[in-house]
Each structure stands twice: as C-alpha cells, then as structure tokens.
Design a protein around this ligand. Structure first.
Ligand SMILES: CC(C)(COP(=O)(O)OP(=O)(O)OC[C@H]1O[C@@H](n2cnc3c(N)ncnc32)[C@H](O)[C@@H]1OP(=O)(O)O)[C@@H](O)C(=O)NCCC(=O)NCCS
Length: 158
C-alpha cells in the first residue's frame, strides 16, 4: 500500500454521518473497556466547533480519519481511526504525519495524544512515530466504563 492509494481532504459537517460508523468500527477494540460505542452523531458534530477531521478515502468511501485540534503552541490529535480492512498497512502513520504537518503549519511546537491506559499495544505504536510518555491524566469516570481507567499523555516536538 502507498499513500497515493488514497485521496485526502479535510471534512465538513456533511461528513459527520459517515464518520460515526468509521470511528465506531475502528474503536470496537475498546468495547472490552466500555459498554457503549465510541461516538454518536451529536458528539461527532461538536468536534467541528473546535477542530478539524482529516480524512482518507478510497473509491469515495472513508478509509480513515484523524481529528486535529489547535491549542496554542500545542497541537492535539485524537479519534485516529483506520477502517479495520485497511489497518496495518501504513495509513495510520500517514494520518498522524498529516496531523503533525497541519499543526506545524499553524505554528504549534508540540503534538499530543491521549492513550487509554488499557490499550497497552498503543504506546509502542506511537513510540515508533517519535512520541514519548509525558504524564498520566486522571479523569472523571464515564458511566459506561466497565473498569476504572485513565489516560497516558504522549507527546512529540514538532
Ligand atoms: C491505531 C491505528 C490508527 C493504527 O493504524 P494502522 O494503519 O493500522 O497503522 P500503520 O499501519 O500506519 O502502522 C504504523 C507503524 O506502527 C506499527 N504498528 C501498528 N500497530 C502497532 C501495534 N499495535 N504495536 C506496535 N506497532 C504497531 C506498524 O508496524 C508501523 O510501523 P512500520 O511502518 O515501521 O512498519 C489503527 O490500528 C486503528 O484505527 N485502531 C483502532 C482505533 C485506535 O485505537 N485509535 C488510536 C486511539 S489513541
């Protein structure tokens, strides 16, 4: 697979409906820790007020997304989702690199990501892409949590 197998663009609100199943399919792995799907339409739409979804498409279908938010000097990405049929072939890396470029262009000097502590496979993935563990963030537990959780904040200089 190569980057040119996909087309890339930023989303607008009309993409929200297609984003919901993409994100929820990718995050099915977290149903082990939460009783509810990762996101719904209302929550997805709220993200358009604060940030930007970067999209990858193949033959007009969404294959991946990455949500990017600018917080002054710090850029943040989250909801990184690669459709399970396209995982493990480099698209996640491309979407992260695009988020980094987006934030660099906006003047950010640091990129951050929050990783659910139970997803022990993720820190090695982000480590490979230049991220290091910053701190642990304790959060109020959502009612759908099956077990207590917190977030590991990982970051990288841009
Ligand atoms: C995490 C996710 C975005 C990765 O996307 P992907 O397209 O499968 O990843 P890539 O193929 O781009 O992998 C990039 C690199 O990380 C490595 N990698 C991928 N998954 C890994 C894992 N679980 N552990 C260690 N390394 C991993 C790959 O080998 C690759 O390295 P290489 O280029 O040196 O071979 C994807 O699996 C996904 O959507 N998961 C569900 C949602 C999720 O967990 N999102 C992140 C929440 S913070």
């Amino acid at each position: 697979m190569s980057a040119d197998e996909f087309t890339y663009r930023t989303a607008d609100r009309s993409d929200a409906e297609a984003l919901v199943p993409l994100i929820n399919r990718a995050f099915e792995v977290e149903l082990e820790f939460f009783t509810q799907a990762r996101i719904d339409l209302v929550e997805t739409l709220k993200h358009f007020d604060k940030g930007t979804f970067l999209l990858a498409e193949k033959h007009g279908e969404l294959a991946g997304c990455n949500y990017v938010e600018l917080r002054g000097q710090i850029g943040y990405f989250g909801l990184l989702s690669v459709d399970p049929g396209h995982q493990g072939r480099g698209l996640g890396r491309i979407l992260i690199e695009q988020a980094e470029q987006f934030c660099r262009d906006a003047g950010c000097t640091i990129m951050q990501i929050r990783v659910l502590n139970h997803r022990t496979e993720l820190p090695p993935f982000y480590d490979k892409l230049g991220y290091h563990v910053g701190r642990v963030e304790e959060v109020e537990q959502v009612p759908s949590a099956r077990i207590p959780y917190n977030f590991i904040v990982m970051e990288k200089n841009l």
